[in-house]
Design a protein around this ligand. Sequence first.
Ligand SMILES: NC(=O)c1ccc[n+]([C@@H]2O[C@H](COP(=O)([O-])OP(=O)(O)OC[C@H]3O[C@@H](n4cnc5c(N)ncnc54)[C@H](OP(=O)(O)O)[C@@H]3O)[C@@H](O)[C@H]2O)c1
Length: 213
Amino acid sequence: MTIAVLGATGMVGGRVVTEASAHGHRVLALSRKPASESPDVTPVAVDVTDPAAVRQALARSSADAVVLTVRTFPADQEFLVGATRTVLDAAARLGIRVLVVGGAGALRSPGDPELPVAENPGYVPDAYRAVARAGVAQLRACRAHAGADWVYLSPPAVLQPGERTGRYRRGTDTLLLGADGQSRISAEDLAVAVLDELESPGPDRHFTVAEAP
Ligand SMILES: NC(=O)c1ccc[n+]([C@@H]2O[C@H](COP(=O)([O-])OP(=O)(O)OC[C@H]3O[C@@H](n4cnc5c(N)ncnc54)[C@H](OP(=O)(O)O)[C@@H]3O)[C@@H](O)[C@H]2O)c1
């Protein structure tokens, strides 16, 4: 496959690029300041706030799939939703599948399905409420989009660089907890899940993963 990663220099994007390359795919590393020393990875400078540039970059590359994994500090819901619509629009036109690496906030709370994780102080402290809500808005933008072939991957509550075990648990739209009550995965194993989904799409448009027991 040819896989475009938008946000390729980020914590998640960089690991998706590495994993996709290791699987033998052709990879396009998209971001404002991309860099790559690997012959299988083509850096492409693009700003996601420029819809024409995004469309052109995806069209030129003949990508089969695009992984959207951008964010800003501080969290900016308007940016995130706008970037998501831009990628969905371009992908729908070009017939490209979109995998959005979104937020845990868009998941249901374990044991309280009507309470979104974004509104649950047990998982999201006040300081992270805005970023969690931005993820909810991002999923809403996907659901509202007519025509795009998208899948939204909500990470667990804690997503950090760590070990690549190659194993993980997969769930649907409820936050997954480990035996210790923690919800987490390494960014390396999240990247494994991204590649698995791209290579063998699952049945769910919204799914989550967590570290294997
Ligand atoms: N528990 C959770 O729910 C959780 C935890 C962590 C992350 N996440 C989600 O995972 C995704 C990735 O997060 P991350 O930690 O990997 O982010 P990150 O390390 O901050 O990387 C962000 C990426 O976005 C790119 N970017 C920013 N603005 C851009 C623009 N205008 N045009 C093009 N590219 C742009 C950056 O590259 P340039 O600066 O080169 O453009 C960079 O590659 C986000 O959606 C985030 O919300 C969720």
